[in-house]
Design a binder for this molecule. Sequence first.
Ligand code: SAM
Length: 215
Amino acid sequence: MNDLFVHLRRSMVNDQIRSRGITDERVLLAMEEVERHLFVPHDLEREAYHDSPLPIGHGQTISQPYIVAEMTALLRLRPGDSVLEVGTGSGYQAALLAIISGRVISIERIPEVARRAEENLRRAGVEGVRIFVSDGTAGYPEAAPYDAILVTAAAPSVPTPLFSQLADGGRLVAPVGDRNIQHLVRITRQGDEFLQECFEPVRFVPLIGEYGWQE
Ligand code: SAM
């Protein structure tokens, strides 16, 4: 069974990620390493490497592998970067961030989802992720500034508190738009300036909170 998952993981990286133009070797290696099937409900294990998002309970999802890869690559991570993720979900994205950068704080608003993510990360043997249950639209100022911030739920606009939690030179990536369709946006901080770039259309579950959508 394990051999089957190793094979499926390699195919996922080659056929869905590399072939669509993601060249960041750190991202590709991390995706070959992390056992994505340990981050989905048991009955969906065999679908974990499909080219699609999957339900993880509580109306939430683990994102499509390619979108996870693209968002991670857009962050331009370096080893040692401190990273904030808003929207822990299954913990899969946090696992990749931790393998590449080493230090991740991830915020999840649903306690049961956060608990399951902690369990998933433990089973996958991934260290370096600290998960907190709160409204991630306020960020996590206690550990700021961050070299990279990743929002993995759909925001009406980039939550204001996150700007000041970004280090000089830091990058923030988020899906921004309405509840049906968003675009990936990257903000790069240069001193007091925030450069904004827009990338492809995506569809995420909503970011619910003070600086996001109302429940
Ligand atoms: N990154 C996740 C993964 O690897 O599985 C996928 C995230 S899922 C698409 C979005 C997650 O954001 C959900 O678990 C949802 O509960 C969470 N979320 C939504 N609003 C939030 C908020 N204000 N603060 C923290 N988490 C939030």
